[in-house]
Every structure is written in C-alpha cells, then in structure tokens.
Design a protein. Structure first.
Ligand code: PGA
Length: 250
C-alpha cells in the first residue's frame, strides 16, 4: 500500500443516468470503505449528479463533480449549468479542459481558464486537464501544446490559488484507445508540468493525475512513479465492481 495521498477520479462521460447512478452507488458503497489518504472523485453526467450525491451522503472520502460548467452564475446560456447551481445539487468539483470538450465542443484554453477561476472564486475544486494529440506528439510538440494550454490558467490565477487546483495530464491518443502512456512517459510529462508551474512562480505542490486507458492492470505501475498523484479514469470506472477493485489496489 502506497502511503502518499492519492486521488482516484472517475469520469463517467455520457454514461449512467440517475437510476443507474443510484444503483452504482449502492453497490460501490457496499464494496468499499474509506481508505486513509485516498480520495475518490466521481464526475457523473449533470442529470445524475444530484442522485449520486444523495446516494453517497455520509462518505466524506467521496467528492462528486460536474463534467462541464459555465463560468457565469446565471443567464441566457442555453444548455449550460452554472457553478452555483451545481453546488446547490451537491457538486464539490468541476472538470475543465477535458480533451473531449476541447475537441468536440470547442472548449478553448481561455474558456478553461475562466471556468477554473470561477470555480476557485466559488469554492469548488477545479480539475484541469491538459494533453497533446497523437499528431502533436509525433510532431515533437507535446511540450509546447501543454505550455499553451496551461498559460491562460497561469495568467488567470494568483499563485496562492494553486493550493486548490488539481491537474490531470491526459494524452489524447491514450483516451479510450487502450493505449496508455508508459509510466516513464507519464512521469516525464508530469515533471515538465511542474517545471512550467515553477517557472511561473507557482510554488505550491499541485497534485497531477494521469489519465488515458488506466485500468486495474496498469494502475499500479503508473502509481509507482512518485510524480503521479492519482488517476483520472473513464471506461474502467463505469462498473462499480471494477472501480472498487481499481481504487483498492494501491
Ligand atoms: P479512459 O478515459 O480511461 O476511458 O481512457 C479517460 C478520460 O477521458 O478521462
């Protein structure tokens, strides 16, 4: 058992409606009990968030968050959910900059920065995702892409606010593909991200999760690298037995 603090974040994407979320919670709670220095985060679809919060009440090691929010508190933004509304339903975190939002829904680096700032202003934890595509990696642009993605966030935040931020490195080519970065690759990019933050005067030790085809077969070798502070998991978090097994492995 590793004794450092680790975050296990489940990104359900567009899976598990309210009824399934309740059923999932019941099963998951029956299989797990809180583990010291582990926190378990869930990002269900927005419509399932309230149900999941209610069904998991009383487990302080669990945090439920939104996959997407708008940075404005209210207004004419059809289809969007604001952070105060999400908080009222029980959200304690938000995802910002997931590659599917960036690639499929036009989420820009600036939007990511605005959401991150708004979350911090309102007191929920932003989990900010960065990562390069295969083309960018093959073109030797991994570092410049990550720096480009981080820069508006760095510009928007006071150095001390980084105390309340979590980052995730998710190489786009590894998400949902079954290909994951080797522990060495992941550790190297996590170091690069830390150096970039340090270069910008961020002295706090921001947790950095790794994401992209993490499963119970590879999670231990990834988490064996001290540069990784946890994992962000899509497909392998969708069934409560598999996710309970994965979070219990470390
Ligand atoms: P995956 O997704 O684990 O299914 O690759 C990870 C993510 O998109 O956060």
């Amino acid at each position: 058992m590793m004794d450092r603090s680790l975050i296990f974040a489940a990104n359900w994407k567009m899976n598990l409606g309210p009824t399934e979320a309740r059923r999932y919670a019941e099963r998951f709670l029956s299989l797990t009990s809180p583990i010291k220095s582990r926190s378990l985060w869930f990002f269900p679809p927005a419509v399932s968030l309230g149900a999941l919060c209610e069904a998991t009440r009383g487990r302080a090691d669990l945090r439920i968050g939104m996959q997407n929010v708008h940075w404005e508190p209210k207004g004419a933004f059809t289809g969007e959910t604001s952070i105060p509304m999400a908080m009222e339903a029980g959200a304690g975190a938000i995802l910002a900059g997931h590659s599917e939002r960036r690639q499929l829904f036009g989420e820009t680096d600036e939007y990511v920065a605005r959401k991150t700032k708004a979350a911090l202003n309102l007191g929920v934890t932003p989990l900010v995702c960065v990562g390069e595509t295969l083309g960018e990696r093959d073109g030797g642009r991994t570092e410049s892409v990550i720096v480009r993605q981080l820069t508006p966030v760095v510009d928007a935040l006071e150095p001390a606010e980084w105390n309340r931020v979590v980052l995730a490195y998710e190489p786009v080519w590894a998400i949902g593909t079954g290909k994951n970065a080797t522990p060495d690759d992941a550790a190297q990019i996590h170091e690069l991200i830390r150096m970039e933050l340090g270069r910008n005067g961020v002295a706090v030790r921001v947790p950095i999760l790794y994401g992209g085809s993490v499963n119970s077969g590879n999670v231990l070798s990834l988490l064996a690298r001290p540069q990784l502070d946890g994992v962000l998991v899509g497909g392998a978090s969708l069934d409560p037995e598999g996710w309970a097994e994965l979070v219990g492995l470390s």
